[in-house]
Design a protein around this ligand. Structure first.
Ligand SMILES: [Zn+2]
Length: 162
């Protein structure tokens, strides 16, 4: 199952530094270890754009030619049924969305710039030697951080799988 994880880091970091830090932290929690909770993860993934209401399916960088009709919008063989509008891969548009979205830099964002109603399934507070991991969080992230006096820093959107 995929689930939306947000990781709060106390310092403001750029994309590559933040993702490196997240990688170092998460490697202690692969499901082969005692406290493990994932078998795979990617920054962003199906939750990409959660910080800024970006829709990856509207981004030209995620659009590619339909591989079934090679972008023609009409399938040569077998002949398409009218219900499929020429191609069952693209409904005649000639394009399809990439299986893996291109990285979205705003998946690492200063907390202050993140949309106010961000919520997630798992929230990780990556502060101190051991991060605080809140599974089944299912609440709004920013009000919670504020109530814990965790101001500033940045948030990283992670697509986790277990
Ligand atoms: Zn097609």
């Amino acid at each position: 199952m995929h689930y939306h994880c947000e990781i709060w880091l106390p310092e403001v970091l750029n994309y590559s530094d933040a993702t490196y830090k997240v990688e170092r932290m998460l490697q202690n929690y692969h499901e082969e270890s005692k406290r493990g909770f994932y078998d795979w993860y990617v920054i962003g993934g199906r939750y990409t754009g959660s910080h800024d209401n970006y829709n990856p399916q509207d981004d030209i960088k995620n659009i590619t030619l339909c591989s079934i009709c090679n972008g023609k919008g009409i399938r040569d063989n077998p002949p398409p049924s009218p219900a499929l509008r020429g191609c069952n891969g693209c409904s005649g548009t000639g394009t399809s969305t990439k299986y893996s979205y291109v990285p979205h830099s705003e998946d690492v964002m200063e907390q202050d710039k993140v949309v106010d109603d961000l919520s997630c399934y798992t929230l990780i507070i990556a502060k101190g030697r051991w991060p605080k991991i809140l599974h089944d969080f299912n609440d709004q992230v920013k009000p919670y951080l504020k109530s814990e006096n965790l101001t500033g820093g940045c948030l990283v959107t992670v697509d986790c799988h277990n």
